[in-house]
Design a protein around this ligand. Structure first.
Ligand SMILES: Cc1cc2nc3c(=O)[nH]c(=O)nc-3n(C[C@H](O)[C@H](O)[C@H](O)COP(=O)(O)OP(=O)(O)OC[C@H]3O[C@@H](n4cnc5c(N)ncnc54)[C@H](O)[C@@H]3O)c2cc1C
Length: 490
């Protein structure tokens, strides 16, 4: 008998979502990630959890409804990670007329599941706090409800749930060869050691590597996909509220300005076709200039390339040809099933908002091989998410009462990262010193140990840029101390 029912290659949101869905159905699952969970395209996403205003304009109403349903499932199952906010879309006289925006948002409101979020409104920015950071010429806006999340954190929490349901999660394990017969023999180099595992089904969820993985590792014809480099930049804070601005541009594209780690603003996204290697994809100066120009069209404060504290780029995989526009948010799945050979499912692209649903559909495709199990993830809380999002502020206040030595900023950060698992991070600590060494003003040895034990963190970078975004503010000596601590945690 094969060691596993399913081997998933790739630990981005697509891969971890399939691993979780399958493990929760009682299947024997292994997930193989060459680097860190959520380290590929997933780490570059600014984390918009939305139905997508652009999709409304394309008339893709069913897809918008499906994405808005997923948005609300995430809010219910991961209330600590998801933040409901208002998206503020200023009217620009040379762009879409107000009547068009009003009609689109009317449809957006009607497509959302009822009861969760406030409807869209028209705002007079000359008398509204949302207008304060914007230029005087921007007089009117519409605002509507959507959410934000940190995609990398979501990926590691999804992987943790898969592991708690029995999946084997291997990070730092590169799949170097697959051989297909009645089962798959999958050869890995895992932390310097060669290992071979056997699985009944293989899932290729390697994101930007999809084509090279098919060609060079599996020695199979690659799927018909195209690649897009998507870029976002981080600058000092341009406004001090929690909502998102959606800016229209002369070329019909939308640019988002998103609050990021209290002290910063993230500006994104600009996408361009690209043939670069996903491992070395990076923001170009043209991408950075484009995003700065878009911000300068609206904000009073000007930003330029020299203000950029971080630029992130990731490779999005999109269907090639005619399907390109239609399926870019859904992503695509191909299923290669031969009578005598083990099946191969390839899953790529799509929005992180809908990754859970894609994983559910992947299991539908595999239904003939694993009959008798049903979908479960739409109502099961992710680790730490077993409470209602409406209680978030009360829960943060309760955490501050239970651990009074925490600053308001740190209590909020910890609860929004770990939810009810905050107990496992802080335990019975009475003072900051009980939490071990400190790295910067917020991260402690206790949190690092928790992340290494439960969330697959191995290196300082994993914690600084993916389990948290503390890398933006941590000094070099603190980062070095963190790396030393993680090499031999006390
Ligand atoms: C810049 C950017 C912004 C985005 N913004 C949004 C947004 O705001 N909202 C939204 O809903 N969606 C957004 N998306 C889309 C979304 O983030 C991704 O589509 C989603 O995270 C799914 O990624 P993935 O799992 O397919 O790929 P990835 O995250 O790239 O994961 C693929 C993984 O496969 C691993 N791998 C490759 N080869 C091997 C091998 N041989 N062995 C083992 N492992 C291997 C890689 O290391 C990588 O971790 C954005 C995407 C990008 C790039």
């Amino acid at each position: 008998m094969a060691d596993f029912d399913i081997a998933v290659i790739g630990g981005g949101l697509n891969g971890v979502s399939v691993a979780r869905e399958a493990a929760g159905r009682g299947l024997r699952v292994v997930l193989v990630e060459q680097d860190d969970i959520g380290g590929g395209a997933t780490a570059a996403s600014p984390g918009l959890i939305h139905g997508s205003f652009s999709e409304i304009e394309r008339g893709a109403f069913l897809r918008v409804r499906a994405a808005l349903t997923e948005r609300d499932i995430l809010l219910r199952t991961a209330p600590h990670l998801v933040q409901p906010v208002r998206y503020v879309l200023p009217v620009h006289e040379q762009e879409r007329p107000p009547a068009v925006l009003r009609a689109s948002l009317f449809a957006y409101d009607r497509l959302a599941p009822r009861g969760f979020h406030a409807r869209s409104r028209e705002l007079d920015l000359t008398h509204h706090e949302m207008g304060v950071p914007l230029k005087r010429s921007v007089g009117v806006a519409f605002d509507f409800s959507d959410c934000l999340i940190d995609d990398s954190r979501l990926a590691s929490v999804v992987a943790m749930d898969a592991a708690e349901r029995g999946a084997r999660i291997m990070t730092g394990a590169r799949c170097v060869r697959t051989d297909r017969s009645g089962t798959w023999r999958v050869a890995l180099i895992s932390r310097g050691q060669r290992e071979v595992i056997e699985a009944r089904v293989l899932v290729n969820a390697t994101g930007g590597w999809t084509r090279t993985f098919a060609e060079s590792v599996m020695r199979l014809p690659p799927p018909d996909v195209a690649f897009e480099r998507a870029t976002a930049i981080v600058v000092r804070r341009l406004f001090d509220h929690d909502n998102v601005y959606v800016f229209q541009n002369g070329d019909n594209r939308l640019v988002y300005a998103i609050p990021h780690q209290r002290d910063f603003t993230l500006l994104g996204i600009v996408s361009q076709s690209s043939a670069a290697d996903p491992a070395s994809v990076s923001a170009t100066s043209a991408d950075v200039d484009y995003l700065c120009r878009a911000a300068n069209r609206y904000f009073r404060e000007t930003v330029s390339a020299s203000d950029v504290v971080r630029a992130v780029a990731g490779m999005n995989v999109i269907p090639a040809g005619d399907q390109r526009k239609r399926l870019r948010r859904d992503g695509l799945m191909t299923f290669d099933r031969k009578s005598v050979e083990a099946p191969l499912l390839t899953i790529f692209g799509g929005a992180s908002t809908t990754a859970r649903r894609r994983a559910e559909l992947a299991m539908v495709r595999l239904g003939a091989f694993f009959p008798g199990n049903s979908s479960w993830t739409s109502s099961a809380a992710l680790p730490g998410g077993d409470f209602s999002w409406r209680e978030t502020e009360d829960r943060i206040a309760a955490a501050q009462e239970r651990w009074p030595f925490l600053s308001e900023k740190n209590a909020s950060r910890l609860f929004r990262a770990y939810g009810t698992r905050i107990e496992a991070v802080l335990g019975d600590a009475k003072t900051m010193d009980d939490l071990g060494p400190r790295f910067g003003d917020q991260l402690t040895g206790a949190e690092v140990r928790y992340l290494m034990k439960n969330e697959f963190a191995r290196f300082a970078e994993d914690i600084l840029w993916r389990r948290s975004r503390l890398g933006l503010t941590m000094s070099r000596p603190d980062r070095d101390a963190l790396a030393l601590f993680m090499a031999a945690p006390a």
